[in-house]
Design a protein around this ligand. Structure first.
Ligand code: KG4
Ligand code: ZN
Length: 374
């Protein structure tokens, strides 16, 4: 039976809505990014994020229904991001999903945000077959997973502190770049010269598949201070944490800045590529799937393609637009769950700002346990 699932993503600073039809694929999707709003503050302001989701979610649902020419009455289920993420932001998607599903008398499915990312390469052609190793690299997570099927996830290694995206974002901030830092740093690095600065590759030879990126930020700060030609004559007023640690106070030659960006990117990618290779060796698998915002990084993609390709492996990525947060991956994960009869009509909902992906792994999906108070 060809079922239509509406997906709602609102875990952080993007409102993403999509319609997925089993057997046909993605019917329509829309995204509103709050990046410009948060850029002013140098990072995501949770309260502003929630309020903006409230403003965007219904108009975006309407837009997607119009674009796909599908009336509400034809939707068979609604999937929403149940966690992890910002509590208030998650509640917006969760309440709209449950209220709409209740009104339409259709099942609702709470999706783990990382499962959405993890399965997003399956939306592409060719799609990877199970089993594969997944490298999940987002702003909040860096994990290597063995994926044997839908809901069958084994954690192989993860970051002990900062995520890879966070390392990009924090280093970018130190270099005086805006939020989100990853794409900005990658862009600056294109005019940088490689090999000018050497930054640490934390835990490269730790012998396991774990990561650590917090030391990199400290090393970048030291480098920025060392390379500053002189203190800034008119430092900007200190605007909260990290302000006095950025280029607000230091002047640095543009080329040096680009060279540092290059060194940061190299360091992060070296570690990610090394551990991804090690994960394939350890599991004996040949397919690597890369998901999450950092997966949009072109240097990471070319490095992995080359490294893994040389060893007879294949790397799969989601389409660029589905690397960062989006509604399509939630609608798709919801459709797969629906096919496994893992949706229900219990509209009491909770959200899970902290939620480990392994909690839904290794056994059939545990449906949402309702709680009275969200
Ligand atoms: O998956 P995502 O959109 O949101 C989370 O679930 O966290 O990932 C956002 C992260 C940010 O840290 C952002 O700086 C990073 O992905 N990112 C990149 C690139 N595009 C996004 N990092 C490096 N290079 C990029 N091109
Ligand atoms: Zn994400």
């Amino acid at each position: 039976m060809s079922l239509i699932t509406l997906g709602i993503e609102s875990s952080c600073d993007e409102t993403g809505i999509a319609l997925y039809q089993t057997g046909r694929g993605l019917l329509a999707h829309a995204l509103y990014t709050q990046v410009a709003m948060h850029n002013e503050y140098g990072g995501v302001v949770p309260e502003l994020a929630s309020r903006d989701h409230v403003r965007r979610v219904i108009p975006l649902v309407r837009q997607v229904m119009r674009d796909a020419d599908v009336p509400l009455a034809r939707i068979n289920a609604i999937a929403y991001t149940q966690g992890p993420g910002l509590g208030g932001a998650l509640l917006v998607g969760a309440s709209v999903a449950n209220a709409l599903a209740y009104t339409l008398d259709i099942p609702v499915i709470g999706i783990h945000h990382l499962e959405g990312h993890l399965l997003s390469p399956l939306l592409s052609d060719p799609a990877p077959e199970f089993p594969f190793v997944a490298l999940l690299v987002s702003g909040g997570h860096t994990q290597l997973m063995r994926v044997d099927g839908i809901g069958q996830y084994t954690l192989l290694g993860e970051t002990l502190d900062d995520a890879a995206g966070e390392a990009f974002d924090k280093s970018a901030k130190l270099l005086g770049l805006g939020y989100p830092g990853g794409p900005a740093l990658a862009k600056l690095a294109t005019s940088g010269r490689t090999g000018q600065f050497k930054l640490p590759r934390p835990m490269l030879h730790s012998g396991d598949l774990d990561f650590s990126f917090s030391g990199l930020k400290t090393a970048v700060l030291a480098l920025v201070k060392q390379q500053a030609c002189f203190p800034h004559p008119n430092p900007l007023p200190q605007a909260g944490e990290g302000a006095n640690e950025s280029l607000r106070e230091f002047q640095i030659f543009e080329q040096t800045r680009a060279n540092i960006a290059c060194a940061v990117q190299e360091a992060i990618i070296d570690v990610l590529a090394f551990k991804a290779r090690a994960a394939l060796t350890q599991t004996g698998l040949r397919r690597l799937v890369v998901a999450g915002g950092v997966g949009a990084n072109q240097l990471l993609r070319s490095r992995l393609n080359e490294d893994i390709g040389k060893r007879g492996g294949t790397v799969f990525y989601p389409d660029l637009e589905f690397c960062t947060d989006n509604g399509a991956m939630i609608a798709f994960a919801g459709a797969l769950r629906l096919a496994q009869q893992q949706a229900n009509k219990d509209y009491r909902f909770n959200v899970k700002p902290r939620w480990n992906l392994t909690e839904i792994s290794g056994h059939p999906y545990t449906p949402l346990t309702p709680s009275r108070s969200p």
